[in-house]
Design a protein around this ligand. Structure first.
Ligand code: ARG
Length: 581
């Protein structure tokens, strides 16, 4: 919203509003003013002293409707805003959703987001959870800017490990056990295979042959593989349902089986493929990268080959012009290689491919690892979070209708928020206890603040349902007050708690934009914590329902602005926002 203020100020002196936006600062001490303009740059341009420029500007700015008081202090102009005018402007934008929660720069552009992408027959790891959560938030952010976001689950359902799986199943598998507990049983088959392999080198050869059969389309091998994919997916889908993760495409690696030959041909035609120890590779020495393995000596393709085919499919067939990959930081090298090869193949969109990396989720300072046995199964974490939310709700709000639904929203929201409040590149320490707490920087705290705002509005009969609609009656009634009454607004907004809340809310559009530009949903999570804190202070300091007529109207309007902003933020983060807790 700084943009609007900059525009008004710039108009006063016939200057470019854009540079003003960059120059305007927030003074460290709010009593100095709401904004400050350093005059050094203008002084240089006009060859005058910054002090004299500050004096002239202070006089001019004092004449705009948005400024209540402008003071030259040395080389700075300190600006005290006309609070009522500013807040009216923000509330107007917010209630009409004019550029407050959305923008349009992405209209007509398609962005493909590779997210979640767990491996069939293996546990859904914390890394896959992070990818699902971060990828979903990014897709929501892109959509809020008008882009079409493709949410693609690139399931790990192909590769030599399926040869091993087939061999292991034929030797030691029990279909009934697998049906009951697919991932655990199938994963055990892998473990057993690797143990037995140590004493029996034939197993390895058998497994290679089995994968070859699969790639060549052998019906029996395919049927068995399909069954394994199916039972694994059933288990993953339970997690997706809990998280309410939408995918537009579930296209496993196997989908590209018939699309890789043409990739290999293309690489050959461009003379990029060379033989190395019997395998075909693309050399990347010139870029200080190891060679990218395309085809093994037995003709089997690799993870990288499938990613090349997938990238071409996303660009050529699905029409994506930007390709994002939300995958843990440990695959950095892999993506560097893929993007490099695409660019060597002559594809300009390689420059628009981006690996959105993230850090580890740790428990007790240690990485959660599937191999070392200290697996915390994801389903268990979510179930436990929901169970704890149920206990807290039973204590706090006894007669809550839909208590189970709300507990689910809170438990799952807690896990998601705990992830998104930290910058994605940082490792996160996971503590269920902390994540589900109702105070502190948690999802439940945010959801609870939203429900509190809803409850105030319900009591004022300005919200008559148990849902949180996107329209606001409260704001329109404040904006419709006759203009003489705007004076009351000016008075009440002088109180600090109210003004701080209004200012926090006004920052939201800028932060949404930054979150999008930097692919960083944590900016939204942090901003929303600030808004919640400001609202809770306002709620304690300023009586809302018992206030005098217009004051009450304004306070309710601000309460609704808070509700709408938290709602929009939670929606972006992929978290539910129950209207009653
Ligand atoms: N299935 C892979 C894994 O769990 C992640 C896939 C990421 N996406 C991709 N296009 N490579 O390690």
């Amino acid at each position: 919203m700084k943009e609007w203020i900059a525009k008004e100020l710039a108009a006063q002196i016939d200057s470019e509003p854009n540079s003003f936006v960059e120059w305007l600062e927030t003074p460290p001490d709010p009593t100095l003013g709401d904004l400050a303009l350093p005059c050094f740059r203008l002084a240089k341009e006009q060859k005058k002293s910054p002090q004299s420029i500050a004096l002239t500007l202070a006089e001019k700015f004092a004449q705009t409707s948005i400024v209540r008081r402008a003071e030259a202090v040395g080389p700075y102009v300190n600006l005290h805003l006309n609070r009522a005018t500013a807040v009216r402007m923000w509330l107007d934008a917010l209630s009409a959703d004019r550029s407050f929660f959305t923008s349009t720069e992405g209209v007509g552009e398609i962005v493909a987001i590779d997210l979640s992408s767990p491996n069939i027959a293996k546990p859904f790891s914390m890394g896959h959870l992070r990818s699902t959560i971060i990828g979903t938030a990014l897709a929501n952010l892109f959509e809020s800017a008008g882009y079409t976001a493709l949410r693609i689950n690139h399931l790990g359902d192909w590769g030599t490990q399926f040869g091993k799986m087939i061999v292991a199943y034929k030797r030691y598998g029990d279909p009934d056990l697998i049906r009951k507990n697919p991932i655990q049983e199938l994963n055990q088959l892998y473990v057993r295979f690797h143990e037995e392999e140590k004493n029996d080198p034939n197993l390895e050869i058998e497994a290679r042959a089995a994968f070859k059969q699969l790639e060549d389309g052998d019906p029996d091998a395919l049927a068995l593989w399909r069954w394994i994919v199916e039972v694994s997916l059933e288990e993953f889908n339970r997690t997706y349902e809990l998280l309410s993760t939408p995918f537009t495409h579930v296209l496993g690696e196997s989908f590209y089986n018939d699309k890789m030959a043409s990739v290999v041909e293309e690489l050959e035609a461009r003379h990029l493929l060379v033989e190395s120890e019997g395998a075909d590779v693309v050399l990347l020495d010139a870029f200080s990268l190891p060679p990218c393995l395309i085809r093994k000596s037995d003709g089997a393709t690799l993870y990288a080959t499938r990613d090349l085919a997938a990238a071409l499919y996303r660009h050529n067939v699905l029409g994506a012009t930007r390709l994002l990959y939300v995958v843990g930081g440990e695959q950095r090298l892999h993506f560097q290689q893929i993007f490099r090869v695409l660019s060597l193949m002559g594809y300009d969109f390689a420059a628009k491919c981006e690996h959105i990396a993230f850090g580890l989720m740790k428990i007790g300072g240690k990485k959660m690892s599937t191999r070392k046995g200290q697996v915390v199964r994801l389903q268990e974490v979510l179930d436990e979070a929901i169970r704890r939310a149920q206990i807290i709700i039973a204590e706090k709000s006894k007669d809550l209708p839909d208590a189970d639904e709300v507990a689910k929203a809170i438990g799952v929201g807690a896990v998601i928020f705990n992830d998104l409040k930290t910058h994605r590149l940082h490792d996160i320490e996971f503590s269920l206890e902390q994540a589900v707490a109702f105070d502190g920087e948690t999802g439940p705290y945010v959801q609870y603040t939203h429900a509190r705002a809803c409850s105030v509005l319900r009591k004022a009969e300005l919200l008559d349902t148990n849902v949180s609609p996107s329209v606001s009656v409260a704001i329109s009634s404040a904006l419709n007050l006759p203009s003489e009454i705007a004076e009351t607004a000016e008075q009440f907004l002088f109180d600090d708690a109210t003004w701080q809340l209004a200012k926090q809310i006004s920052l939201f559009p800028t932060l949404r934009q930054r979150a999008l530009n930097e692919s960083d949903p944590s900016l939204i999570a942090k901003q929303i914590l600030d808004i919640c804190q400001a609202f809770n202070r306002f709620y304690h300091d300023c009586p809302i329902l018992t206030a005098e007529s217009e004051l009450r109207t304004w306070r309710l309007a601000l309460t609704d602005a808070t509700r709408l902003t938290i709602r929009a933020a939670l929606q972006l983060l992929g978290i539910a926002y129950p209207a009653q807790i």
